[in-house]
Design a protein around this ligand. Structure first.
Ligand code: ADP
Ligand code: MG
Length: 493
C-alpha cells in the first residue's frame, strides 16, 4: 500500500511529550491496538482520525493512564489532562466549581481561562447548551495545568457552525498556550485545519502520518461570504437553556389533600357514631388534645428526642456499613444475610427483652429505635455509592485525585440523592421506633401517654397522642423533603 504523502520524521530537537513504542492493547483476546509507535513533540498538535472502532479512544485512554498496555511502553510528560467526548461535568457543581475541580483535588494549577463562561459561572450543567458544556470541559482540563492535553472527539456533538467556531478558538488556544495536544476526531477537515500532523489509525494500526501544518481551512470562518454571515450570527454556541417561566396555576395538590382529609374526617365521624364507646369522634379527640395540650407537647418533645437520637445512631452506624458494602461486593455478600435478618426481627417482641437486659434506660430506647430505622440508611447508602457513575471516577483518575478526593467530592455528593431518599423512610421509622420504645419502657413520650390513657379507657386522649405523632411524622418527612430539594437544587429544571 502506498501513501501519497511520505511520513515525515518528527523534528528531533524538541523533547518528546508523548512517546509510544510498540503499544498493544487487547480486550478479551481481541487486539484493539497492534504495536503502535507514536512520538508527539512538546507543543505539537497531533490529530488522530480513523474509522469507528479503529482504536482511537483506546489509544487516548492508554496515554491518559486509564488503560494499561498489554505490551510496549508509554511515556508521557507529566499527567495529561483529558477532555472526554461526553464532557463529564459533575451535575452538582456549578460551571465555576467544575472548572475548579482539578485545583481542589490536587492543590495545584489555576483557572487559566473561563473560555467565555465567566458570566455563566453560577449555572449548573443542566442549564447549559452543548457548546457551553464543551467550553466548561475544556476550561476544566486547562485548569489542570498539564503539559499534555488529550481530547476525544470533543466537538462531535456540536452542530457545524458552532463546531467551526470552536476549531478556530482551539487553534488560537493552542498557539497561545503552546500545550501539546492529542486530538481524536472523525472530521477530516477539522483534523487538517487544527493539527500539525494527522495520524490515520485503522484497525489498531497507524496507517499513515501526514504533515498538515498550515494546511486546511474552515469555510464559514475564513471564506468571504460565509465569514460575513458568521459575523452576523455572532456567538452562536452560547444558547443558554433558560428554564421556562413557571405557569401560574391553582394549587390543585393542596385542594386535593384538603379534600381527602375532609373525606377521611367524615368517614371517621360516621364510624365513631357506630362504635361510640371505643371510637371517639374527631371532635372529641380535638377537645382532648386541647385539654391535654401541655402534657402532649411535653410527650411529643420526649418522643422527638428519642427519634432524633435514633436517626443519628442509624446514620452513624448505617452509612459507614452501607458505604463499605457499596464499595465491595464481597462485604455486601458477607453482610447482606445478616442485615436482612436484622430487618426481620420483630422489634415489638425484642424490646421487652431489652428491658430485662438494659433496664428502662435511654440505651435500650435507642437500640429499639435504631434497629427499626437503620435498614433504609444502609441500603440507600450502598445503592447510592454503587450508582456513582464509573465515567466520573475516570475524570477523578485523570486529574490524579487522592482516594479522599474521590470520597469527598464524588462519592458523597453522588450518593446523596439516594441516601436522602432513604432518609425519608428512616425518619418515619425512627418515630415508630421511638413510640414502641416509649410504650415498652414506660418513658415520658407519646407512646407511654397513649398507653396509660388507653388502659384508663380515656380513648379520646390516646387518639390525641396518636394524632400528635402523625403530625410529628408529617413534619419530619417534610423537613427531609425540604432538605432534599435544597441539597439537590442543582437538579431543578
Ligand atoms: P474508536 O474510538 O476508534 O471508535 P475504540 O478505541 O473506542 O474505537 O474501540 C476500539 C475497539 O475496541 C472496538 O471494537 C471496541 O468495541 C473495543 N473496545 C473498546 N473498549 C473496550 C472495552 N472496555 N472492552 C471491550 N472492548 C472494547
Ligand atoms: Mg472513540
Amino acid at each position: 500500500m502506498s501513501h501519497p504523502v511520505p511520513t515525515p520524521a518528527p523534528p528531533t530537537q524538541a523533547p518528546a511529550a508523548i512517546k509510544l513504542s510498540g503499544v498493544s492493547v487487547a480486550f478479551e483476546g481481541q487486539e484493539v491496538l497492534k504495536g503502535v509507535d507514536l512520538e508527539v513533540q512538546k507543543g505539537e498538535f497531533v490529530a488522530i482520525i480513523g474509522p469507528s472502532g479503529g482504536g482511537k479512544s483506546t489509544l487516548l485512554r492508554v496515554v491518559a493512564g486509564l488503560l494499561k498496555a498489554k505490551q510496549g511502553t508509554v511515556e508521557v510528560l507529566g499527567r495529561p489532562a483529558m477532555v472526554f467526548q461526553d464532557y463529564r461535568l459533575l451535575p452538582w457543581r456549578t460551571v465555576e466549581q467544575n472548572i475548579r475541580l482539578p485545583i481542589e483535588l490536587t492543590g495545584r494549577g489555576k483557572i487559566e481561562t473561563y473560555l467565555g463562561m465567566k458570566p455563566y459561572r453560577h449555572l449548573y450543567p443542566h442549564q447549559l447548551s452543548g457548546g457551553m458544556k464543551a467550553r466548561v470541559a475544556i476550561a476544566r482540563a486547562l485548569a489542570q495545568d498539564a503539559e499534555v492535553l488529550l481530547m476525544d472527539e470533543p466537538f462531535a456533538a456540536l452542530d457545524a457552525l458552532v463546531r467551526e467556531r470552536f476549531n478556530l478558538e482551539l487553534k488560537q488556544l493552542h498557539e497561545r498556550t503552546g500545550k501539546t495536544i492529542l486530538f481524536v476526531t472523525h472530521s477530516i477537515r477539522e483534523a487538517v485545519y487544527l493539527a500539525d500532523r494527522v495520524v490515520v489509525l485503522t484497525g489498531g494500526k497507524i496507517d499513515a502520518i501526514l504533515d498538515t501544518k498550515h494546511e486546511g481551512r474552515i469555510t464559514a470562518f475564513t471564506d468571504g461570504l460565509e465569514a460575513e454571515l458568521r459575523e452576523r450570527l455572532g456567538v452562536a454556541d452560547s444558547t443558554l437553556i433558560e428554564p421556562p417561566p413557571k405557569p401560574l396555576r391553582p394549587p390543585w395538590e393542596v385542594f386535593g389533600v384538603l379534600g381527602l382529609a375532609g373525606l377521611l374526617l367524615l368517614s371517621w365521624t360516621w364510624l365513631s357514631d357506630r362504635i361510640p364507646l371505643f371510637f371517639p369522634s374527631p371532635f372529641a379527640v380535638w377537645q382532648a388534645a386541647v385539654q391535654n395540650a401541655p402534657q402532649l407537647a411535653q410527650s411529643a418533645l420526649a418522643t422527638l428526642e428519642v427519634a432524633a437520637l435514633g436517626v443519628l445512631c442509624a446514620l452513624l452506624i448505617g452509612m459507614p456499613v452501607g458505604y463499605w458494602m457499596g464499595r465491595s461486593r464481597i462485604v455486601e455478600r458477607l453482610l447482606s444475610p445478616f442485615i436482612v435478618a436484622l430487618q426481620a426481627i420483630p422489634t415489638v417482641i425484642v424490646a421487652p427483652l431489652l428491658v430485662i437486659w438494659f433496664g428502662f434506660s435511654l440505651e435500650a430506647k435507642l437500640i429499639t429505635t435504631t434497629l427499626i430505622s437503620i435498614f433504609p440508611v444502609m441500603v440507600s447508602t450502598m445503592v447510592g455509592v454503587r450508582e456513582v457513575d464509573r465515567i466520573y471516577r475516570e475524570v477523578f483518575q485523570t486529574i490524579g485525585s487522592s482516594a479522599w478526593g474521590v470520597f469527598a467530592k464524588l462519592e458523597v455528593p453522588g450518593a446523596l440523592p439516594v441516601v436522602l431518599g432513604g432518609l425519608r423512610l428512616t425518619v418515619s421509622l425512627a418515630l415508630i421506633g421511638a413510640v414502641v420504645a416509649d410504650f415498652t419502657f414506660q418513658g415520658e413520650g407519646l407512646g407511654a401517654f397513649a398507653n396509660t390513657e388507653r388502659l384508663s379507657f380515656r380513648y379520646a386522649n390516646a387518639f390525641a397522642a396518636v394524632g400528635v405523632n402523625v403530625v410529628l411524622g408529617i413534619v419530619l418527612y417534610g423537613l427531609v423533603a425540604w432538605l432534599e430539594s435544597y441539597v439537590l437544587r442543582y437538579r431543578r429544571r
